[in-house]
Design a protein around this ligand. Structure first.
Ligand code: COA
Length: 335
């Protein structure tokens, strides 16, 4: 049942979806009252109008647990049946233990193994690929993948070049065997030479926490926006094209294209280069900003609610982010 060729796998599907959306809305206008920015600058350069913020007492695992609980309550699946929990996030609860361990324990996945996937904002696609490989190989039946971010805790709210871009939220999917041969085509990539362009400099073994690192504000997300923009527009197009080619699917045959929600200008440029019409492209970053590993599942949830993603549709998703990493996946939507 496994791969016909590199990047192409049969026999797995996304069998359930859940989300967690923090209540607190932070608008561009509100941000403009605390830092030197404007609604006009943010919305014209990025397409973002508002984002959600978790509560001060919430961490990444709290949002992941809420999304997983939403998934389990909607779809009649049981936590005890989960074989593996994969948590994806840019900013986990702690360096260790894995956030997945906390999530599994909190939802009652007592029979599951658990680990984190760290591949920047591409984490959800990497996690989905990992889950699909386990299920397609017949190793596990039921794998939970969460994409959750309490990113507001890792932003420098004095740095207008980054803090306006990101938001909090979470999504979760369950990957299970597919009876009708749903196909997953994947492309995963990495260019570690871009590591300095998007990172959190301190807090790991390279630069352990010290008074100096705190004073220098090195425990927050740092980004070279122009370099990331250049990287994203090139690699995302290449990756999507490779995945479409591997699956033997033309852009016109894709029902919905869901790219990582970083910047509307990136989305529009990429979509145009791939030849997608406006009707094929989904975005909700105007309401959520960049929620990193949560952005794709939050879009899937919205797209279903709006009737733009239906059972049987051909879905193409693509992520990119710190690493620098990228990853795309084509599948048939089974929900
Ligand atoms: C971040 C991004 C929107 C910045 O747009 P840009 O056109 O490259 O803007 P620049 O960084 O060159 O800054 C242009 C000016 O706007 C200013 N500026 C930056 N942030 C601002 C803000 N929030 N409000 C007002 N002005 C701002 C800069 O200081 C600069 O001013 P200067 O010309 O006087 O020096 C853009 O680079 C981008 O989207 N990059 C990709 C980021 C991304 O995808 N990250 C997620 C990866 S997962």
């Amino acid at each position: 049942m496994i791969g016909l060729r590199r990047g192409l796998v049969h026999g797995a599907k996304i069998a359930a979806l859940g989300v967690s959306i923090p209540e607190r809305v932070l608008t561009n206008a509100e941000l403009a009252r605390t830092i030197d920015t404007s609604d006009e600058w943010i919305s014209s350069r990025t397409g973002i109008r508002e984002r959600r913020l978790c509560r001060p007492d919430e961490a990444t695992s709290d949002l992941a647990v809420a999304a997983a609980t939403d998934l389990l309550s909607r779809n009649g699946h049981h936590a005890e049946d989960i074989d593996l929990v994969i948590s994806t996030s840019l900013v986990p609860d702690t360096l260790f233990p894995a956030t997945a361990s906390i999530v599994a324990e909190r939802i009652g996945a007592v029979n599951a193994g658990a680990f984190d996937v760290q591949s920047g904002c591409t984490g959800f696609v990497y996690g989905l690929a990992t889950a699909t490989a386990f299920v397609s190989a017949g190793i596990y039946d039921t794998v939970l993948v969460t994409g959750a971010e309490a990113l507001s805790k890792a932003l420098d709210w004095q740095d207008r070049s980054t803090c306006v871009l990101f938001g909090d939220g979470a999504g979760a999917v369950l990957v299970r065997p597919s009876d009708n041969g749903s196909i997953f085509a994947f492309d995963l990539g990495n260019d570690g030479s871009g590591a300095p362009f998007l990172n959190m400099p301190a807090g790991g073994t390279r630069l352990p926490a010290s008074h100096e690192t705190v004073d220098d504000r090195q425990h927050f997300l740092r980004m070279n926006g122009r370099e990331v923009y250049r990287f994203a527009t090139r690699r995302v197009v290449e990756s999507c094209q490779k995945t479409l080619d591997d699956a033997g699917v033309a852009a016109a045959q894709v029902d919905l294209f869901v790219p990582h929600q970083a910047n509307l200008r990136i989305i529009e440029k990429v979509a145009a280069q791939l030849g997608f019409s406006d009707e094929q492209v989904f975005f909700n970053l105007d309401r959520f900003g960049n929620t990193s590993c949560a952005s794709i599942p939050l879009c899937l949830h919205d797209a279903m609610a709006q009737g733009r993603l239906k059972k049987g549709d051909r879905l193409l998703i693509v992520g990119f982010g710190a690493g620098l990493t990228w990853g795309s996946c084509l599948t048939r939507w089974e929900l």
